[in-house]
Design a protein around this ligand. Structure first.
Ligand SMILES: [Ca+2]
Length: 481
C-alpha cells in the first residue's frame, strides 16, 4: 500500500485534546505527582528542534525495537526474526528465528512483540508475542543460549494462547513489563470491523484487553491478586475496552501507562493511566471510538468508559502508533514528554501534562516514515521504527531564544551547553550516522486504505482556554485499520 501523504511539514501546534477523567483519577494522581511528571519544557517550545538519525537500515519489515538491559538493540521483524544491533553493526545471525511458527500472511499478523524480564541478566528469560499458524495470539517464553547473542530456539514455553478465529487483523501484539514486574499484554478485539465478537466490553473475553500476569519465576504465569476481574472467567484481564492496542509503554520514571489504540474509521487515540491506577479501567471501545460514541449491538460492560487524552481524525492519520515518554540523558529539555505517531501519515506528536492527568499535544514532525513502533534503549533514548526497513533515533536541539516568551515548568534552566542563539545549532550525534533518506515502502496494513482528506482546518495555535475542549477535526469514512 502506498500511503498517501496527508499534509505538509508544519512546525505548529497541530491538535490539542484534553479530557478530564470522569473517574476522578486525575485528581488522585495529583497526590503522587512528582518532579519527573513535569517536562523540562513543553515540546513545542520555540528553539527546540527535532530530528531522526538513522541507526540501522536493511531490515525486513521491523515492527519493534527494545533492549535487554544492556547496550544492544533488539529489533523485531514481522516475519518472525529478532535481530541484534550491537556496537554499530547489525549482527548477521539472528537472536531468534521462529518464522516456522509464525503466521504473517495477514498484514497485521506476525511476530509483533518482545519483552525481556527486568532481571534478564540473571534469568536469561524473555517473551515474544506472535500469531501462530492458526492465526491465534501466542505468548511464549524463551531463554538465551550460552551465546548471549543467540537465543535457545528449543527453550520455548507457551504462556498463553488466545484464539483468533476468522480474521487476520487486530492482533494487538505489545507486551512489556510494568513497574510492578508483571507482564502486560495488549490484545486486539478479534478483528473484522466494529467489534463483531463484542469482545472489548466483555470482561470474560481476553480480546480487546490489556492483560496482566505474573511470569517471573513461574513456569507459565499466575494472576496478580490486585487484578480487578479475578472473579470473572478471565482473571488475567487488567483493563478493557480496547480495539487494537498498537504499542503501549510505561513511563520509566513514573510508572504511568500509555496505550495507543487504533480506531475504526474516524478517530485514532492515545490513553493514559497514572501509575498504579490502571486496573479495571474501561477505555471505551466499542461503545466509543476515541471521543465519539460508536453504535453497535454489543452490550456495555457497565464500567464507565474513560476517554483518551488525545485523539485525532482522518485528516491527520489513519493508524496510531503509541510511543514513550522521553527520559534519556541526551536531551534533558524533553524529559517527561510523550512521543507518539501515526503509521499512515508519518506524523509525530508529543504530549505533555499541563497538570497531572491533563495533556496538551503538539505535532513535532511530519515524516516520510511508516511508523510501525517506537522503542527505548537501556538509557531511555527513543527510537522510531520505520516499517520500510530502518530504525532511527530521536534527536533534538535546543537553543533558547532571547525573544521566546515561554515559561519553563519546574526544571533546570538551559544549561551552558545550550547555545544561546536564535538559530538552533545542530548538535553532533554521539555516534555519527549516515543521513537518512526516508522512502515510503509497502506498509503492513494493506487492509487499511486511507481516504485522502482535505487539508486540515486546525488552528495553528490554540489559546489556553481551548485546551480543555475536545478538538474535533473533520473525519471521513474510511475502512477499518
Ligand atoms: Ca477508547
Amino acid at each position: 500500500m502506498q500511503v498517501s501523504r496527508l499534509g505538509h511539514m508544519r512546525w505548529v501546534v497541530a491538535a490539542v485534546l484534553v479530557v478530564l477523567s470522569i473517574l476522578g483519577w486525575a485528581a488522585s494522581g495529583a497526590a503522587q505527582d512528582e518532579t519527573p511528571d513535569a517536562p523540562d519544557l513543553p515540546p513545542n517550545t520555540p528553539g527546540i528542534t527535532y530530528g531522526f538519525t538513522l541507526v540501522v537500515s536493511g531490515l525486513n519489515q521491523p515492527v519493534f525495537v527494545t533492549h535487554a538491559g544492556d547496550a544492544r538493540l533488539f529489533i523485531v521483524e514481522r516475519a518472525g526474526v529478532i535481530r541484534i544491533f550491537q556496537n554499530g553493526s547489525l549482527l548477521s545471525t539472528p537472536f531468534l528465528n521462529i518464522t516456522s511458527l509464525v503466521q504473517s500472511s495477514g498484514s497485521e499478523e506476525g511476530l509483533l512483540g518482545l519483552a525481556f524480564e527486568p532481571n534478564y541478566a540473571q534469568t536469561g528469560r524473555f517473551y515474544v508475542y506472535y500469531t501462530n499458524k492458526n492465526g491465534d495470539q501466542t505468548i511464549a517464553r524463551y531463554n538465551v543460549s550460552s551465546n548471549p547473542n543467540v537465543a535457545d530456539a528449543n527453550s520455548a514455553v507457551l504462556i498463553l494462547t488466545i484464539p483468533h478465529p476468522g480474521q487476520s487483523n487486530h492482533n494487538g501484539g505489545w507486551i512489556g513489563f510494568g513497574p510492578d514486574n508483571n507482564l502486560y499484554i495488549g490484545v486486539g478485539d478479534g478483528g473484522g470491523g466494529g467489534d463483531p465478537f463484542c469482545a472489548a466490553q466483555n470482561v470474560n473475553d481476553l480480546r480487546g484487553k490489556l492483560l496482566r500476569v505474573n511470569v517471573i519465576g513461574q513456569i507459565t504465569y499466575t494472576v496478580p491478586s490486585s487484578n480487578i476481574f479475578t472473579a470473572t472467567q478471565r482473571p488475567e484481564v487488567f483493563a478493557i475496552g480496547l480495539r487494537n492496542p498498537w504499542r503501549a509503554s510505561f513511563d520509566r520514571a513514573t510508572g504511568d501507562l500509555y496505550i495507543g489504540d487504533v480506531g475504526q474509521g474516524a478517530r485514532e487515540e492515545v490513553n493514559y493511566a497514572p501509575a498504579g491506577l490502571g486496573a479495571g479501567v474501561n477505555y471505551g471501545w466499542s461503545k466509543f471510538e476515541g471521543t465519539l460514541p460508536y453504535t453497535n449491538n454489543c452490550p456495555a460492560s457497565g464500567i464507565p468508559p474513560r476517554p483518551p487524552f488525545a485523539d485525532y481524525g482522518r485528516s491527520l492519520g489513519i493508524s496510531v502508533t503509541g510511543g514513550y515518554v522521553y527520559r534519556g540523558p541526551s536531551y534533558p529539555w524533553l524529559s517527561g514528554n510523550y512521543f507518539y505517531g501515526d503509521f499512515g501519515s508519518g506524523r509525530v506528536w508529543s504530549a505533555w501534562q499541563t497538570s497531572p492527568g491533563v495533556f496538551s499535544t503538539a505535532q513535532i514532525a511530519d515524516t516520510a516514515y511508516a511508523i510501525s513502533s517506537f522503542g527505548e534503549d537501556v538509557n531511555g533514548e527513543l527510537y522510531l521504527v520505520h516499517y520500510g526497513g530502518a530504525v532511527y533515533r530521536l534527536t533534538s536541539t535546543y537553543a533558547a531564544s532571547p525573544t521566546a516568551t515561554f515559561t519553563a515548568t519546574p526544571g533546570p534552566s538551559p544549561t551552558p551547553t545550550r547555545t544561546p542563539s536564535t538559530t538552533p545549532t545542530p548538535r553532533a550525534s554521539p555516534t555519527p550516522m549516515p543521513t537518512a533518506t526516508p522512502t515510503r515502502t509497502p506498509s503492513p496494513t494493506p487492509t487499511c486504505t486511507p481516504t485522502p482528506s482535505p487539508a486540515p482546518t486546525l488552528p495553528g495555535t490554540l489559546p489556553p482556554a481551548a485546551a480543555f475542549l475536545p478538538l474535533i477535526v473533520q473525519h471521513s469514512s474510511a475502512p477499518s485499520c
